[in-house]
Design a protein around this ligand. Sequence first.
Ligand code: NAD
Length: 465
Amino acid sequence: MTGAAFEEVIDPSTAEAFELYPVATADELDRAVGAARKAQPGWAALGWDARAQCLEQLADAIDAQTDWLATLHTMEQGMPFSQSLLYVSVAARRIRAMARYRIADRILIDAQDRRVTERWHPLGVIAAIAPWNGPLLLGMMKVVTALICGNTIVLKPSELTPLSTLEIGRLGLDLFPAGVFNVVGGGRETGAAMAAHPGFDKISFTGSTATGLAIARASAQFLRPMTLELGGNDAAILLPDGSADALVAAAAGTGFHNNGQFCAAVKRIYAPASMVDEVAGKLAALANGFVLGNGFEPGVTMGPIQNRAQFDKVRAFVADAKAVGGCAVAGGATLDRPGYFMQPTVFTQLTDGHRLVDEEQFGPVIPIVSYDDVDTVISRINAGPYGLTGSIWTADLDHGEAIAARIAVGSAAINRHAAFDAVVPFPLIKQSGMGIDYAEEGLKGTMRMQVMTTTLPPPDIEGAA
Ligand code: NAD
């Protein structure tokens, strides 16, 4: 974790550098991969229980450092300190939940002449590349998923939010055998070097679709597995008998939470024409209730957007929405202070074909789109490139499930949105990614299946000789 060069980390609430982090050189990356390769057979041989014990110790160490890790997390990521505390404790909880899994071999055929078994082996060394929106939590999910199954890992946090992950890497030095859990600092170049490095057996990436495609291209030469968690443009569809109150609570709780920098946030709302005003009024009231500011200031419920590029992108979405006739019923402006602050914003008068409806904003700006015919809404959603999550809001649960089944998303929900749980698989489809994360399916994604057929000797028939 030492680096020959150091880069600045920017505080998004001031737009000023406040810390340096080490950038791994090519040689250091090679050494991390080499250490991980060397350590992997021994780590796998320890067995599930001993590996789980190490991971539980990691969870304990994270819990013991909650305040410090949350402090780093808010400094680099920007979210309110109370939310960083939650992210840190959820990371520890999910490590424990995932470390309880055991992937067992299975007997497929147990006949007189043969036994056929399905066996599971770790893939080897996993490259994990994480984003900036939830750096600590997303990084730790990659760590536990790889390590519990007997793999070793080289994890690279985003260059925009490296500190909390590097700190956990430091904690891990005392908890794991050397070479098992490696953290390297670095940005785009280091990520690209990892994607093209022959020493990995799998790439696990969370980030933008564009980077996911670049990683897939670089990694294709090795034909190695990948789990890619990419972008989304998640819709919440209110049906005429649905609760506007429940929907707006979920929209604000995900679409404004962390400034909407949450992969499975509500990113657009479809409401029946007769209900648009009600939904807009209620969501605007929630938007206006947020207190923006530095995440360490008491009472602040929304921090800055995490980085300059994202801030500019969200501003461009807002400008475009206004230019095409969108009506900002809440927010719509940035704050006149240093840092990347955008008011939580609600737009009406937009339709499919407008940028804010069609593309992923990844910011605190939610469009409410009026509809007359739900079948048309489903066709529009399914025609789009993404398929991460979606939700249906209705009093008729059977009807809600029937509509949800027709939407091409990996995770659909009725009367809630983004129901994440470490024990529930998170399938990634279309340009939202590939593979499955979390739960048993996610763990199996870091393993390879081997089918073993053993020919059994003929039974010893008495007197045959
Ligand atoms: P990004 O793609 O810019 O960066 C993510 C990581 O990839 C960083 O660590 C970066 O250094 C690295 N990277 C950049 N270029 C690379 C390259 N050519 N090769 C290898 N690595 C490279 O993504 P971001 O802007 O940090 O994240 C925001 C995006 O992530 C959003 O689109 C969001 O939807 C998505 N996201 C998805 C999920 C999910 O579960 N589906 C979760 C969180 C975020």
